[in-house]
Each structure stands twice: as structure tokens, then as C-alpha cells.
Design a protein around this ligand. Structure first.
Ligand SMILES: *Cc1c(COP(=O)(O)O)cnc(C)c1O
Ligand code: SF4
Length: 378
């Protein structure tokens, strides 16, 4: 057995184990876990310093998840854009391909809470159907292999998926989305990296939400992937009590960059039922972005996006750097909030009607006349 599967087998999975590990009411843990799957790797549990800290909050069940609220179970309407169970086809040239229902640990705020951990919703038998769909749709040039977590598949199973995709002529790039480097970095082995590098151009987006997650083990896993020539990005979720602090988020972005990961997106927490206790205001997100842009390396600045409820896709939300744009000038605010003006080139008048009154008002005066005092010609 691999080292990593042995570690994974030691995960906290039953309500008894979780309640005992964190001194919680077993009845409550059981009630929440019945609704939303619970699993915590011993490695990740070991990063918890105190009950309720940012690592704890991401994976330990909380009765707040049972609170009825207005969130929905499929906030992004992914099922609506799902032609076959394993595919979400929302954008013109790329698809999500769900190949694994398992994750190394389960995030309490997961957007796909209704699916992850449930083999009947993301079943291996749907993989062939997904491959057929991708083969039949030549407009698809980018496949995002996701789940669940694709790195929870065996090397052989994951290679099966990647090699079939690579054999499709219209597929230009492959992407894998995984939180394994954060939850179970031991699973990223030299053997896995050697397999992945056969399927370039391959990109990986990892998922880290707090600077404390970038341990020596996580850094080693990320190095193995980067050394295999795989460009790494990170998708972070803005979460109350985890990273809704501009300085924590800036530090996370800096540590990612130092781990050779280019921050890609910070997501506003999705409108998922049972996750209101994780949701911040969008103003908070803007405050976080203003604390990153300009204050640290431009490479550390991701896009802040809201995945629009109802299936509208990702919409970038930007702090208001441009105050006004007129034909004459652009008034802007810099990262420190100071105002600056960029003068525009005098735009050409667009229509003859507009040109005429201007001529009447004031004859053209040459700079030469102004200097010499001679009367203007014509
Ligand atoms: C996020 C997402 C993608 C990929 O979007 P990019 O902006 O290209 O990273 C593709 N399909 C779906 C359904 C998504 O949610
Ligand atoms: S790793 Fe990703 S898919 Fe799995 S529970 Fe966390 S957010 Fe959801």
C-alpha cells in the first residue's frame, strides 16, 4: 500500500472519531454528518491549533450547517448546464469533467456539497459518457478535470482519463483542479508527477485558503508538480473566520507565490444552503483586494470573482480605481487612495454638426501667433 493511502486510512471519518478528537457533542456531529459528509486527514487535523481556528472551521462539522437559510443546493445551476452527469458545459470552449466523487477531506463550505462523497452522483460509469460527449463536441478545447478531487483516483485511473482526453485531437489544454496538495500532500509522489508530465500542456489549480496550510509538506508537493513543468494556479474561497482579513489574505497570496503557485481566483463564497456562517459581504472582498494590489507583487494578485447564482458564470469584481472617464481626462485612484489625472489626446470631433459651432466660437490660433503677437491669418 502507498504511504499516502495509509495516511488517508487514518482519517477521522465517523462521528465518534470527530466528536472525540475535538471534544464535541456526538449527537450534533452525527446530525450534521448525516447531511453533509465528514472526513479529515490526520495530516490536516494536525494543523489545527485551537478549536474554531481557520483550519478547524474548514473541515469540522458545525450545527450552523443545519440552519435553514435562503441558500440553494445547486447555487450555480450546474445541473442545468449538465448534458451528461459528469460534464458541466457552460462556456463556449471548455467544460468541467467530474471524474471522482471523493475528496481527501470535505470542506464544510463546498459548492458541490450535494454531490461530493456520493458515488451515485459522480459515478465511475459516467466517465465514458463524459469522454464521448467531449469527443463529439469539437468546440471544446480545454477540459477541467474535477470532482470531487481527481487526485483521489489511483495513478492508473487518473492516467486512463488523461490519456483518453489527450487522444482527442481538438483538446488543446488539460487542467486538473485539486485540493490534495493542501489536505494530503503525501499523495503527490514523484510517480504521480512523472505520470502527469506525459500529458502536457497540463495546468493544475490547487486550493489553499490560509497561510498556515503552506507547510513544508505542502511546499514539497507543490515543488514536485512545478518541477514536472506544470504551471500551478490557486483558487481560494473568501470565508468568514478563515481568511476574511486583508493581511491574512495578502500573506496567503505571498506564500503561494513563494511555493511557485500563481494566485488565480479568489471566489466570493457561493450561495449554498447551510453555509451562511461562512459568507462575507462583497465589500469585504473588495477591501481584501485593495489590500493586495499595489502592496505586494503584481504576480500575487488574483481576480476576485462572484460565480453568479443561477449559472451566469464567474464575474470579476474590481475595486473602483477609475473614478471618471471623459474625452479630456481620466481621473483615477492609486493603491494608496491618492487621486491622479491622465490627460487624454484631444479626440477628433465625430460629426460635422459638432465641428461647425466650434469653428464659430473660436478661430484656430497658431502657437506662432501667440508668441509673436501678429494677427492670425484667415
Ligand atoms: C470555472 C468554470 C470553468 C473554468 O473557468 P475559467 O475562467 O476558464 O477558469 C469552466 N466551466 C465551469 C462550469 C466553471 O464553473
Ligand atoms: S476539496 Fe473541493 S470539491 Fe472537495 S469538498 Fe473541498 S471544495 Fe468541495
Amino acid at each position: 500500500m502507498d504511504d499516502w493511502s495509509q495516511i488517508a486510512r487514518g482519517s477521522l471519518r465517523t462521528a465518534e472519531q470527530v466528536a472525540c478528537a475535538f471534544d464535541l457533542d456526538i449527537g450534533e456531529v452525527r446530525k450534521v454528518s448525516r447531511q453533509f459528509k465528514t472526513l479529515i486527514t490526520p495530516y490536516y487535523a494536525g494543523l489545527i491549533k485551537t478549536k474554531g481556528d481557520p483550519i478547524y472551521r474548514q473541515v469540522v462539522p458545525d450545527t450552523a450547517e443545519l440552519v435553514e437559510n435562503s441558500g440553494v443546493s445547486d447555487p450555480l445551476a450546474e445541473d442545468h448546464d449538465s448534458p451528461v452527469p459528469s460534464i458541466v458545459h457552460r462556456y463556449p470552449d471548455r467544460v468541467l469533467f467530474l471524474v471522482s466523487h471523493r475528496c481527501a477531506s470535505y470542506c464544510r463550505f463546498c459548492t458541490r456539497k450535494r454531490k461530493v462523497g456520493d458515488a451515485s452522483k459522480i459515478h465511475p460509469r459516467y466517465i465514458e459518457e463524459g469522454l464521448d460527449y467531449i469527443r463529439a463536441h469539437e468546440e471544446i478545447r480545454d477540459v477541467i478535470v474535477s470532482g470531487g478531487d481527481p487526485f483521489m483516483l489511483s495513478d492508473a485511473r487518473l492516467e486512463f482519463v488523461l490519456s483518453r482526453l489527450r487522444a482527442i485531437p481538438h483538446i488543446e489544454i488539460l487542467r486538473v483542479g485539486t485540493r490534495v496538495p493542501c489536505f494530503l500532500p503525501q499523495r503527490v509522489t514523484p510517480k504521480l508527477a512523472a505520470m502527469l508530465r506525459k500529458y502536457h500542456p497540463l495546468y493544475i489549480n490547487v486550493h489553499f485558503n490560509h497561510p498556515d496550510e503552506l507547510t513544508p509538506e505542502a511546499n514539497a508537493a507543490l515543488s514536485l508538480l512545478a518541477d514536472a513543468g506544470i504551471p500551478l494556479g490557486c483558487q481560494t474561497v473568501l470565508l468568514k473566520g478563515v481568511n476574511d482579513d486583508p493581511l491574512v489574505m495578502r500573506r496567503l497570496m505571498q506564500k503561494l507565490l513563494a511555493a511557485r503557485v500563481r494566485p488565480y481566483y479568489i471566489y466570493q463564497a457561493d450561495y449554498v444552503s447551510g453555509t451562511d456562517h461562512f459568507r462575507t459581504t462583497v465589500q469585504k472582498g473588495l477591501e481584501v483586494m485593495e489590500a493586495i494590489r499595489g502592496w505586494t507583487s503584481g504576480l500575487a494578485v488574483p481576480y476576485y470573482c462572484i460565480d453568479a447564482p443561477g449559472g451566469g458564470g464567474k464575474i470579476p469584481v474590481l475595486p473602483k480605481y477609475v473614478q471618471s472617464i471623459t474625452p479630456e481626462q481620466v481621473v483615477m485612484k492609486n493603491f494608496k487612495g491618492e487621486t491622479f489625472v491622465y490627460p487624454q489626446i484631444n479626440p477628433e470631433p465625430k460629426t460635422p454638426e459638432k465641428r461647425a459651432p466650434r469653428k464659430e466660437r473660436r478661430p484656430a490660433i497658431s502657437p506662432c501667433y501667440e508668441m509673436t503677437g501678429l494677427p492670425p491669418v484667415g
